[in-house]
Design a protein around this ligand. Structure first.
Ligand SMILES: Cc1ncc(COP(=O)(O)O)c(C=O)c1O
Length: 405
């Protein structure tokens, strides 16, 4: 049959199309439909943004954007190859140096995103001989990384040190890695890093701390691991994203030189991926330098987080993320829409993003918020919290399986 005579199936028929439609119907019924609409820059300028993760406002800092422009002009728009072919540029080496300087780690290896850094490190350390013990609230990238790593996996209740100890004590594998976030991305609470590191040391295990929300925020910007006095500890390694407080894009794994060497040779998301774009590497590198040189920016962020929590009448969490529980996904969506209409953009977290099944508004403090802006937003948030009071029990069961949407 000539190509022109081939009968093409029409859209909307067949098993796959019906399945797509049924999944879409389920999302619609549960109030879980998402959109990725471009924000209108003029409108964004007029909106008060309490939803993004640019905690220090560095994504638009002229020193950071100038570094990105310079890197594009020197090296081009893309890195053109994997790091292990010929994609490693001076900006990558400089970025890794600045990240070590900021966090106190011995070595760093940059990836194209924080997500890939997590896939890379757990893939390279995992396997049948490594037990991975994950806190139930860790980010989706760490859960996916654990699944892909072919390791035995234990998921322990959030913040439960006793369960971590039991998993370590009863393990049959020679190696183990305990996986936590320094500051959790949705609830904003912190892990007890000192106790976890000691527990891991006493059981010959490693502690992997995802500092996505800690770098540039905790410990004068050097991260919660540094603040806990664990920088450079032999059994503690970190992952970071460059896309939140550092205002750029990309990720990194930080730890010993031996770890870096192992990742460079075995981490598939590093080897089989085009290197981080020069502009992003240079921007993140400059942001890391700014944070290390000037702790006042981070101090302003911390002050604003405390003020925002106090004005909203919620318990202050240690990082930039403040969390307000909502009665249901539908209430959370309606509350966020109401706030948007009044000129305030907040995060709306519902399954599968919330690990505990409680939908919530997520409000992120930023260093450049003014007292008047915080008063205005907090007034609205207090009204919203009264109109949509949380009822945790109604939500039981939702969101347990993060693939169930
Ligand atoms: C805790 C945590 N880890 C990893 C990531 C992934 O980072 P990136 O956006 O750079 O891929 C995120 C981003 O949302 C995060 O919150």
């Amino acid at each position: 049959m000539a190509a022109a005579d081939a009968v093409l199936p029409t859209a909307g028929h067949g098993a796959m199309e019906s399945w797509l439609q049924s999944r879409s119907d389920v999302r619609e019924r549960r109030g879980l439909v998402r959109a990725a609409s471009p924000i209108r820059l003029s409108a964004a300028g007029a909106m008060l943004d309490l939803a993004s993760n640019d905690y220090l406002g560095l994504s638009r800092d002229p020193r950071v954007t100038a570094a990105a422009v310079d890197a594009v002009q020197r090296y081009g728009a893309g890195a053109r190859a994997s790091r292990v072919v010929n994609g490693t540029l001076p900006v990558h080496a400089e970025l890794e140096k600045q990240l070590c300087h900021l966090t106190g780690a011995e070595s760093a290896l940059a990836f194209s995103s924080g997500y890939l850094a997590n896939l890379g490190v757990l893939g390279a350390l995992g396997g049948p001989g490594t037990l991975l013990i994950l806190d139930a609230h860790v980010h989706a990238s760490l859960l996916d990384a654990a699944r892909l790593s072919r390791s035995p996996v234990a998921i322990v209740p959030h913040g439960d040190l006793g369960e971590v100890a039991t998993a370590l004590q009863t393990r049959t594998q020679p190696r183990a890695v305990v996986v936590v976030e320094s500051l959790y991305s949705v609830l904003g609470d912190g892990a007890n890093l000192t106790a976890l590191a000691a527990l891991c040391a006493s059981h010959d295990a490693w502690l992997l701390v995802d500092e996505a929300h800690g770098i540039g925020v905790a410990g004068a910007g050097r991260g919660a691991v540094h603040a806990a006095g664990l920088a450079g500890a032999g059994n503690v390694l970190l992952t970071v994203t460059l896309s939140k407080a550092l205002g750029a894009q990309g990720g990194a794994v930080l730890g010993s030189a031996a770890l870096r060497e192992h990742l460079l040779n075995t981490a598939r998301p590093f080897i089989f991926d085009t290197a981080l774009a020069p502009a992003a590497a240079a921007a993140a590198s400059k942001a890391a330098q700014i944070i290390a040189a000037d702790p006042t920016l981070v101090a302003r962020l911390q002050e604003n987080a405390a003020t925002l929590a106090r004005l909203c009448g919620i318990e202050r969490s240690p990082g930039a993320v403040q969390s307000i529980p909502m009665v249901s996904a539908d209430h959370a969506v309606r509350a966020a829409a109401g706030l948007r209409a009044a000129g305030v953009r907040v995060g709306c977290f519902r399954p599968p993003s919330v690990p505990d099944g409680v939908s919530r508004l997520r409000v992120t403090a930023q260093a450049d918020l003014t007292p008047a802006e915080m008063e205005y937003a907090a007034g609205l948030l207090r009204t919203v919290a009264r109109a949509h009071p949380a009822n945790v029990s109604e939500q039981a069961g939702l969101g347990r399986n993060r693939n169930d949407i």
